[in-house]
Design a protein around this ligand. Structure first.
Ligand code: ADP
Length: 447
């Protein structure tokens, strides 16, 4: 087992990784920017190293500084968390070249899945159903027009290197295509340094359903069921639930099995998520994330697993601690992403948390790194915590979530807690009847 793990991240996920390490008896190294000197992960880690100024490119994305910190402290593995360098194949290679274990998949898998065109090819060949789309990248307007005609309008122009919902434009009709193409291309170029785009059928009212997988170096692959992440704003997830209220038990077994076999045939290692859109009983692959996801805890709640612990164990060469037959789903879990934002305008609200009290009690978990007196820096993502609730069934889970949200106290900053308090009283939400555009439509109606 590793003796010391460097955590190349910040915020709640840095703390989540620290906790898993401590429970395994592993020492931790926190790295931090000058803006995060007083962060909780820095306080709790056994050692900490300042790796640069606040801007992510100078600190949390600064590969030489992170490698130096690992070498100086003698860390034998690096956990990248999510975001930042977690899906950077080059980083995974550099870490390995320094004889340090990268806690994640092989660089080759990260690279393939990071290019959505290559990813579609790879998983399509492994038997996963795809969204109908262009045959690879479209290199000219002519090619795009021909592909769109074949697919049928509306179509979505998507960046091959896209992420975070950027570089995506809808063309409702042929008349919109030229503009959608050039806007998506220039957004892709400026955000990702790569203007390659492809076309997909634009699904009208799908749900976003993703399957969690984890694999070890001994050929064992386990799928841990799905998460429903359809409640989104600007293509970003806001509230997630496991399992999905929309799938039948048969559909669950079928898609889970298809994914497990595909991941096995790819020879994948570590945790990963295969994302689909789901409409009229059909699944359509959109992308695979080769890292831990923000919403992984709801899967942990309904399967009784610890995915970060397993990630560390399999990276160290151990076998998964469970087999597919051990995975039984019990109860229901919902996660609310608590952001330091105005709950209606979503304007960021950094600053000092003058007072903080977390919800607690049965079935309630608040994964966060904030504390009373903590000053939220303005340089990073506005998510400050994840309220994760578990219940015997969906109705019980919602009842617990209602009382947990009412217990949360934040003084000094605005948060999105009031948004969730309103949202969970909506009859469509309570029936589980929603799709990927539902939340934005509801926000407009209730403005
Ligand atoms: P990113 O990597 O930028 O997050 P994804 O491919 O994962 O991009 O898509 C993000 C979200 O965009 C999906 O959850 C869904 O809401 C929407 N989306 C993506 N592809 C399609 C499509 N073909 N039709 C309709 N909506 C889509």
């Amino acid at each position: 087992m590793f003796k010391k793990v460097l955590i190349a991240n910040r915020g709640e996920i840095a703390l989540r990784i620290h906790r898993a390490c401590k429970e395994l008896g592993i020492a931790t190294v926190a790295v931090h920017s000058t803006a995060d000197e007083n962060a909780m992960h820095v306080r709790l880690a056994d050692e900490s190293v300042c790796i640069g100024p606040p801007a992510p490119k100078d600190s949390y994305l600064n590969i030489p500084a992170i490698i130096s910190a690992a070498e100086i402290t003698g860390a034998d593995a690096i956990h990248p968390g999510y975001g930042f360098l977690s899906e950077n194949a080059r980083f995974a290679e550099i870490v390995a070249a320094h004889n340090i274990t990268f806690i994640g998949p092989d660089a080759d898998h990260i690279r393939i899945m990071g290019d959505k065109i290559a990813a579609k090819n790879a998983v399509g060949n492994a038997g996963i159903p795809l969204v109908p789309g262009s045959d690879g990248a479209v290199n000219s307007f002519e090619e795009a027009r021909e592909a769109a005609e074949k697919i049928g309008y509306p179509v979505l122009v998507k960046a091959a290197s896209g992420g975070g919902g950027r570089g995506m434009k809808v063309a409702q009709t042929a008349a919109d295509l030229e503009e959608a193409l050039s806007t998506a291309k220039s957004e892709a170029k400026s955000s990702f340094g790569d203007d390659a785009v492809y076309l997909e059928k634009y699904l009208q009212q799908p749900r976003h359903i993703e399957i969690q997988v984890i694999a070890d170096k001994h050929g064992n692959v386990v799928q841990l069921g799905e998460r429903d992440c359809s409640l989104q704003r600007r293509h970003q997830k806001v509230l997630e639930e496991a399992l999905s209220p929309a799938l039948t038990a048969q559909e669950r077994v079928k898609i889970g099995d298809t994914v497990r076999k595909a991941i096995e045939s790819l020879g994948y290692l570590g945790a990963g998520t295969v994302e689909f859109l789901y409409e009229n009983g059909e699944f359509y692959f959109i992308e695979m994330n080769t890292r831990l996801q923000v919403e992984h805890p709801i899967t942990e709640q309904v399967t009784g697993t610890d995915l970060v612990r397993e990630q560390i164990m399999v990276a160290a060469g151990h076998k998964l601690s469970f087999s597919q037959d051990d995975i039984k789903f019990t109860g229901h879990s919902i996660e609310c992403r608590v952001n330091a934002e105005n709950p209606r305008t979503f304007r960021p609200s950094p600053g000092e948390i003058k007072q903080f009290h977390s919800a607690g009690g049965p079935g309630v978990r608040f994964d966060s790194a904030v504390y009373t007196g903590y000053r939220i820096p303005p340089y990073y993502d506005s998510m400050i915590g994840k309220l994760i609730v578990y219940g015997d069934d969906r109705a019980h889970c919602i009842a617990r979530l209602r009382r947990a949200l009412a217990e949360m106290v934040f003084v000094g900053i605005e948060t999105t807690v009031p948004l969730f308090i309103d949202l969970i009283e909506n009859p469509d939400f309570q029936k589980g009847d929603y799709h990927i555009h539902w939340l934005e439509e509801w926000l407009e109606k209730t403005d």
